[in-house]
Design a protein around this ligand. Structure first.
Ligand code: ZN
Length: 173
């Protein structure tokens, strides 16, 4: 498995609507495995394909943070939210494409999601707590939406400027 470089905002590839996956090919399975390795290595709790420059509808997540519990990786092809609760919750969100920046985002507290798994089977499940926030954040990536898009323009611009500076520093080495 390969650790892939994660794109840093601002990048035009992070603002694109991604394409659905017709079937789970070996290439797609390899990409999912690489994304899980990349996510665990970062470390993070979720990663979407556009964050590694692939504009396809694929996300991976594992919000199990307790070290005593086995990892609980989930691979979702073509995920879609089929139900969301009236109740809302607020989380201090971050993103591997926007390193070290956090801000409160309000979203539905519970969601039901339908997706195609690694074996090509259609699955449905309900998520709450951190899992609900994470799966919505990752599905947003497939629409070219970042968590900072929910913030007030001034705050968003401040974070974007910080990221531009970070990218210049990274380019310089
Ligand atoms: Zn993200």
């Amino acid at each position: 498995m390969t650790i892939r470089p994660i794109l840093i905002h601002p990048d035009p590839r992070l603002k694109k609507v991604c394409d659905p996956i017709a079937s789970v090919t070996d290439e797609m399975k390899k990409l999912a495995d690489d994304m899980l390795s990349t996510m665990y290595d970062a470390p993070g709790i979720g990663l979407a394909a556009p964050q590694v420059g692939i504009l396809q509808r694929l996300i991976v997540l594992d919000c199990e943070k307790d070290d005593d519990v086995d990892p609980a990786p989930i691979v979702m092809f073509n995920p879609e939210i089929i139900h969301e609760s009236e109740s809302r919750s607020v989380y201090d969100e971050g993103c591997l494409s926007i390193p070290d920046q956090y801000a409160e985002v309000e979203r539905p507290a519970e969601v039901a999601v339908r997706w195609m798994d690694r074996d090509g089977e259609i699955r449905e499940a309900e998520f709450d707590g951190l899992w609900a926030t994470c799966v919505q954040h990752e599905i947003d990536h497939l629409e070219g939406t970042l968590f900072i898009d929910y913030l007030k323009p001034l705050k968003r611009q401040m974070i974007t400027r910080k990221m531009q500076k970070l990218k210049r520093e990274m380019a310089r080495g």
